[in-house]
Design a protein around this ligand. Structure first.
Ligand code: AHR
Length: 504
């Protein structure tokens, strides 16, 4: 079975820049993301630099990770950074009450995180502790990381082996303050956050981009309270906060029964995609509230947690959030990116939760040196050409009727496009689980000199990569792209994601 659609792309109508930061990442002290994921310790038999696993770094370098958020999440609001500096043997432990109640030894701390960012070529996004920390503690952390010259914190940093100040642009003022970050009301949080933001200073050449802890899902009242507080500060509204965040997970069912990552039926698939597609309504809702207070769009919206959230894999610690990652997850990711590209004027950053071994991960590892690239990894890699490119309008015309389930509609084709220099990249997702999509790409406003296509699909939506079968879902060349008097004609198999690279 197949359907025919036309996608019109205006290559000469520049829209907003798609910040590379929309492809950001998140690494929390949670389960096996940091420990046994990124960090195996210097005594490990696995190749490492300062304890950081080098095959993990190599695999992630191919994604050009623009920024990495750390140390949480919920963990951020119980993390005391001073316990994570100095000789490992002297670092006190703590209980990670949010994630498995395990003892955290603080061996991965500030210096290790900054070394990881340097290895990855990623900009650091540090999330500070508002919930159980102090204003002084956060202010000292900023000074420790970013100040040059001489000061108490600079001396401490130097005593710990780092002479030069780092650049740390992105700073989170707490996390999920309505929940694990303190169970605060929006009004209480903004009063508190203003004090924290005031004492997080710009030292020397380091200009902080302070991100206020934002809402979840459709909680527009929280964003409204933040925006009211930010814009009532007087003068330039970007003085204290440069952005507000929002979190949105693709989760089905209840928190107790979210369903399996790999064992699901067709209705589960459709419901997943309907839920994923709702990211558009979430971003539109928060952006609309922000527009009322900041019509010039100077305050950024940061989706610093997103992705699928399934039941943990059988037999694993429920507090570790370890899940498999199937072709379905990859399509959730490609759908999100199309939406992100359309919101690129207000949406300045997004961070997938989380990079290694937790939730919708890029990589799954084991302690014997196994490493698997997930289907989601491949979407990030195939979409790299959109980083810092100019988005261009995409119009889906002559398309088939949406699929309807539970009174909700799902568009079965999704696409976005961008232009950078003499290249354009078109991303297309065919969400139809049974029918191929015959697509005419009606390319207006430029001459196409050459084209190459790549395809990510598998016989089953449940297909996934594992240690035993790491290549079950990998990108291949998309063949059969034909020239048409309007542009190009191509066929996307059922449940597939494709990128078309155009030389202009
Ligand atoms: O990503 C896992 C958790 O989800 C984060 O710690 C928290 O911010 C969110 O609820």
């Amino acid at each position: 079975m197949s359907t025919e659609s036309r996608i019109v792309i205006d290559l000469d109508v520049p829209g907003p820049t798609i910040s590379r930061h929309l492809y950001g990442h998140f690494a929390e002290h949670l389960g096996r993301c940091v420990y046994d994921g990124f960090y195996v310790g210097e005594s490990s038999s696995l190749p490492n630099e300062g304890g950081i696993r080098l095959d993990v770094v190599d695999a992630l370098r191919a994604l050009n990770i623009p920024n990495l958020r750390w140390p949480g999440g919920c963990f951020a609001d119980e993390y005391h950074w001073m316990n994570g500096i100095g000789p490992l043997a002297d670092r006190p432990g703590m209980v990670n009450t949010n994630w498995g109640n395990v003892v955290e030894n603080n061996h991965f701390g500030t210096h290790e995180f900054m070394a990881l960012c340097e290895l990855l070529g990623a900009e650091p996004y540090v999330n500070g502790n508002v919930g159980s920390g102090t204003v002084q503690e956060m202010s000292d952390w900023v000074e420790y990381l970013t100040r040059d010259g001489d000061s108490p914190m600079v001396r401490l940093r130097r005593a710990n082996g780092r002479d030069e100040a780092w650049k740390v642009p992105y700073w989170g003022i707490g996390n999920e303050a309505w929940g694990c970050g303190g169970n605060l009301s929006a009004e209480a949080y903004v009063e508190l956050a203003r004090r924290y933001a005031t004492f997080c200073k710009d030292h020397d050449g380091n200009k902080l981009y302070r991100i206020a802890a934002g809402a979840s899902d459709h909680d527009l009242a929280w964003t409204e309270a933040l925006m009211k507080a930010i814009s009532s500060l007087g003068g330039e509204p970007r003085n204290l906060f440069q952005a507000v965040s929002v979190h949105y997970y693709t989760v089905l069912g209840t928190w107790e029964h979210k369903g399996s990552a790999t064992d699901f039926d067709l209705d589960d698939y459709y419901r997943t995609m309907i839920k994923a597609q709702d990211i558009d309504r979430v971003l539109t809702g928060h952006s609309t509230v922000m527009d009322a207070y900041d019509p010039q769009r100077r305050i950024g919206l940061v989706l610093d947690e997103w992705g699928t959230w399934w039941d943990v894999e059988p037999g694993t610690n429920p507090g570790f959030l370890y899940q498999q990652n199937a072709l379905r997850d990859a399509l959730v990711a490609s759908l999100h990116f199309d939406v992100f590209h359309r919101h690129a004027e207000r949406l300045v950053m997004a961070n997938i939760a989380q990079t290694v071994n937790v939730l919708q991960a890029m990589l799954l590892t084991d302690d014997t040196g196994g490493l698997v690239l997930t289907p989601t990894y491949h979407v990030f890699e195939m979409n790299k050409g959109h980083h810092d490119a100019t988005s261009v309008p995409v119009h889906l015309v002559d398309r088939q009727a949406p699929y309807e389930l539970d009174g909700k509609n799902l568009e079965l084709l999704s696409a976005s496009a961008s232009v950078k220099g003499d290249h354009a990249l078109v991303s297309i997702t065919n969400l139809d689980p049974a029918a191929s999509a015959e697509v005419v790409l009606d390319l207006r406003g430029a001459t196409i000199r050459d084209h190459r296509g790549r395809l990510l699909t598998a016989p089953e939506l449940q297909a996934h990569n594992s240690m035993a079968d790491p290549q079950a879902v990998v990108p291949v060349a998309l063949t059969g792209i034909a020239e048409d008097d309007r542009g190009l004609r191509l066929t996307l198999p059922p449940h597939s994601f494709a990128t078309i690279d155009l030389d202009l």
